[in-house]
Design a protein around this ligand. Structure first.
Ligand SMILES: [Zn+2]
Length: 345
């Protein structure tokens, strides 16, 4: 199977692609671009497609005949295209955070490289990902390149939001916004990805908030089994007519607290479930856990909207408390006692 590359492989982001193609067609390439948008929406893939289009020999020849915008695409076959797609072109330089930080030493190495002429590229492209990971020192060092861009060199920075970067860096870049992907787009990408079970595609696409990276994590069967376990546990407690609901709620807290690194994710799952229980009786189309519609409709009959709102509030409080490093077990105990609410006995 050929791995799709180039602009045609990018799903969604028509606005960004159209702009980049226009730059290439007119030959008016800014020295520095800043791609902003959530994680997992295609910023880095687009940067690579852009580097290919800037160096493709076939496209270079075609540009002289003023092609239509939709024909601005790298061929994927010439030597520069293949080297860039295979991630071994000497003049397409990637700078990525190391342990979540882009260090000043990485920027110094980059500056050193940029004092030399490109090895073979028509246009050298630097892809600096997650630019918000630069500290002030690293950002200031980068400014030098942004102020005096080297010959035949383009910089592409990616970041979640421009507000996370130094204003002096942002003002020297042409900003291009990337938007969350639609559910249909994520569904298409998941169908194309390896190792995703078809039965998980719908749920992951609905829950990912427009991020393909997030969708891939969600489609991981471990996340889904965790969700299924949590919603079953919640359901048992909310529909239980038995004699010791508090004991059952506390047992849930104990299990949740054991997996410390997953607590935040578990609370997200609980919030999503409670929200669905609120919504399902009014607008079943808008629930997130579409694959559990029957279970949601049945449980919603056992619990009042007022109680659900109180439970959502209890989970929110726990999330806030956990962010300030409180004892997880105590926080979760308090949360489940609030959630048990009027059933306490
Ligand atoms: Zn090519």
């Amino acid at each position: 199977m050929t791995i799709p590359s180039g602009f045609n492989a990018i799903v969604g982001q028509q606005h960004a692609i159209r702009l980049l193609k226009t730059f290439i067609r007119k030959g008016t390439l800014p020295h520095a671009l800043l791609f902003t948008g959530d994680d997992g929406v295609g910023k880095k893939t687009t940067a690579t497609a852009f580097a290919m289009a800037c160096n493709c020999l076939t496209l270079e020849a075609a540009i002289r005949h003023h092609p239509r915008l939709d024909a601005i695409e790298a061929c994927g076959k010439c030597i520069p295209c293949r080297k860039i797609a295979g991630n071994h072109h000497p003049d397409v330089i990637h700078v990525n955070p190391l342990s979540s930080i882009i260090k000043i030493s990485q920027i110094r190495t980059l500056l050193q490289t940029l004092t030399l002429k490109p090895n073979e590229a028509h246009r050298r492209v630097v892809i600096l990902s997650e630019a918000q990971a630069m500290n002030a020192q690293a950002s200031n060092a980068l400014l030098k390149v942004l102020e005096e861009p080297p010959d035949r060199t383009l910089l592409v920075l990616t970041a979640r939001r421009s507000a996370d970067l130094l204003a002096t860096v942002v003002s020297r870049c042409r900003q291009i916004r990337f938007f969350p992907l639609s559910t249909a787009d994520v569904r298409r990408l998941l169908a194309r990805a390896d190792g995703i079970e078809p039965e998980f595609v719908e749920t992951a696409a609905a829950l990912c908030g427009g991020s393909f990276t997030r969708a891939q994590q969600l489609a991981d069967s471990r996340w889904l089994s965790r969700r299924d376990w949590i919603i079953r546990a919640m359901d048992d407690r909310m529909t239980d007519e038995g004699t010791s609901p508090v004991r059952a709620w506390l047992a849930l807290s104990e299990i949740l607290a054991k997996k410390k690194d997953l607590v935040e994710e578990s609370l997200e799952i609980i919030t999503m479930w409670l929200r669905d229980l609120l919504v399902v009786r009014h607008d079943p189309q808008r629930i997130v856990n579409q694959d559990r519609l029957d279970m949601l409709s049945a449980t919603a009959k056992h619990v009042s909207p007022v109680q659900l709102l109180k439970q959502i509030d209890a989970v929110d409080r726990a999330k806030t408390a956990l962010r300030s490093n409180t004892n997880a077990r105590l926080t979760l105990d308090a949360m489940v006692l609030r959630m048990a609410g009027p059933n306490i006995r």
